[in-house]
Design a protein around this ligand. Structure first.
Ligand SMILES: [Zn+2]
Length: 245
């Protein structure tokens, strides 16, 4: 079994490098459960749900999308329960829904900069049959923040400024002193060649410093102590200042 226990009420299915599958989070309440991210395909969701069934856990009543990138959102059409996303994520998903997946259309998006080489390659690997790609928008759209009471445990879901994507959403679980941040700790590969925007990085460091947790769960890495993530981000900010980006 690959599902990992992070705390009493939080588990995750670790990220997989081959097709850039992110961590899928699972938060268990007394009444409802909530998943963080929908993964990159129906196969990814299927694997996650098989693991949940093996643990005799209920399938998610809610799935929160941390940002629109394909690896976090293309499994949305097969998840159980309701899907929650911020308005910016939904806006972008509505746009991506219109994309075609022929070689020609994919090539054009690479040339226009709408998509990037790394994602293009991983999508081809995850989807030997690209007619299976189906993009849908979320059922519940919010602006600012939304709190869901799962029964005995709250999930505070909110938009925040991050250098990775302009529609970043975090999922804070105060009772467990844990926050999921999607890919927010990495640079912007679509608009900024993977580099950090110094101002957005500074804003995010402040957000993470202010949030009262012990553990941060990034999108493609193991759960980390908050202090380690913040120190890493500060060293990146210092590097940018040094080279005056
Ligand atoms: Zn991302």
């Amino acid at each position: 079994m690959e599902l990992k226990k992070v705390s009493d009420r939080i588990y995750d299915l670790p990220a997989e490098e081959r097709t850039d599958r992110p961590i899928l989070g699972y938060i268990m309440g007394d009444k409802y459960s909530l998943a963080v991210d929908a993964g990159n395909s129906s196969d990814h969701v299927g694997k996650f749900y098989r693991e949940l069934r093996e643990f005799n856990f209920r399938l998610p009543d809610f799935t929160v999308i941390t940002h629109w990138h394909w690896d976090h959102s293309f499994g949305t059409h097969v998840v159980s329960g309701k899907v929650v996303a911020c308005h910016l994520t939904n806006e972008k998903l509505a746009e991506v829904q219109k994309w075609e997946w022929t070689d020609d259309a994919m090539e054009k998006r690479l040339q226009s900069g709408e998509d990037i080489e790394f994602c293009d390659q991983c999508i081809r690997l995850e989807y030997p049959d690209r007619s299976k790609i189906k993009v849908v928008t979320a059922d519940v759209e919010f602006t600012g923040s939304i709190t869901i009471d799962l029964g005995g445990i709250l999930c505070e879901i909110r938009e925040f400024i991050s250098p990775h994507s302009s529609d970043s959403v975090l999922v804070h679980v105060p009772e467990e002193r844990i926050v999921f941040i999607g890919d927010a700790e990495s640079g912007d590969f679509y608009q900024n060649s993977g580099e950090y925007d110094k101002t957005k990085l500074g804003e995010m460091i402040k957000t993470l410093e202010d949030i009262d947790v012990d553990t941060i769960i990034p999108g493609h890495d193991m759960p980390q102590p908050k202090v380690a993530v913040v120190n890493f981000l500060k060293s990146e900010r210092d590097r940018l200042c040094l080279y005056n980006y």
